[in-house]
Design a protein around this ligand. Sequence first.
Ligand SMILES: Nc1nc2c(ncn2[C@@H]2O[C@H](COP(=O)(O)OP(=O)(O)OP(=O)(O)O)[C@@H](O)[C@H]2O)c(=O)[nH]1
Ligand SMILES: [Mg+2]
Length: 405
Amino acid sequence: MSSGPVRYVRYLLFAAVGLALFFFVSRSALPIPETIGSKLNPSNYKDTSTSTSSSSSSHGNAATSKEHTNGVPGNGSALQGERVNATFVTLARNSDVWDIAKSIRSVEDRFNRNYHYDWVFLNDKEFDDNFKKITTALVSGNTHYGVIPKEHWSYPEWIDQDKAAKVREDMGQKKIIYGDSESYRHMCRYESGFFFRHPLMLNYEYYWRVEPSIELFCDISFDPFRFMKENDKKYSFVLSLYEYFDTIPTLWDSVKKFMSNHPEHIAKGNSMGFLSDDGGKTYNKCHFWSNFEIGHLEWLRSKEYLDYFESLDHDGGFFYERWGDAPVHSIAAGLLLKKEQIHFFNEIAYYHIPFTHCPTGEQLRLDLKCHCNPSENFDWKGYSCTSRFFHVNDMKKPAGYEDES
Ligand SMILES: Nc1nc2c(ncn2[C@@H]2O[C@H](COP(=O)(O)OP(=O)(O)OP(=O)(O)O)[C@@H](O)[C@H]2O)c(=O)[nH]1
Ligand SMILES: [Mg+2]
């Protein structure tokens, strides 16, 4: 038996060791994922579950998006760990709910669970409660739901609707893809000229477009929004290809008219070589596949882009032909931006039926835990325009590309 004072010293020692152990265990245990932490925070939960519908003023992204004025492009440390003022954006119908759920799961697992960027959903009709419930549960950032104003999803007054209906009938008979669809035309026109002007989008600087049923095959180990901002990129892509000529027979004539009316909008050092093989006389039909896009909203809201869109829109090809938002965005990026402002994300592995972008480079795929089959990579195959993009930008193709062509 120990005597009194010795016993007290021992009790004190036990207590100190116990406290130290408790402190160590409580600090080193698996952290509560931030996502769960933020979902449990009552103010965040309220914002998510009361996300807006068609109203613009109640849009609550201000607290979760950060404006950076001190970021030096190209200086990785300037914005280290901070988010950019950016959002995911999806145009969808209520019936797309399970297909978009799949896309969200993929984007969250591979990227957004670590960043919690917001997600804006847009629809020409009200989103129903089921759509909102399922998508809000899956997105780790705040969700916002917007109805598209009627004037952004209808015929402008200069369009002859009988002529447009006749075109749809003819294109349907010729079995041109979506040739007979009226809603597809409104969708393409909306994505070309309006989504970035929706009230819910106005407070953001960058967007990442996500469509239903896409897949991401690799971890995204960096913040692409931040990369865009730091490197002054305005538009980016992962897949490029040739457009069906029958959907855009007079698009290039319309573009040439715009170029001659607005030479001041055409960038020096642009990517004309990506779009045309004869210095601009004809369009080679190359375009970036716009179902994936990360881009600068303020560029789309610029006078240059809006003049371009309005000029094309007045020529009527969204309705009298079937101009897609992919060639419309791509031609704008190719002519209004300096070529260095367009970026190809090799690291972002992506699938939208029927094409796959699987990063070239085995070590990269292993490091990023990719599960795509590199032999399915579309980039270096004959119908892709990505080789041309590399050529125009004097870029060296990644090692191993020959095995995938
Ligand atoms: N709200 C709404 N969204 C639509 C409508 N039509 C298409 N969308 C959305 O617009 C996007 C493009 O439509 P999709 O049906 O995916 O077209 P796609 O087959 O991918 O077209 P391609 O890429 O040209 O092959 C998707 O996000 C759709 O959910 C519509 O009538 N209303
Ligand atoms: Mg799609």
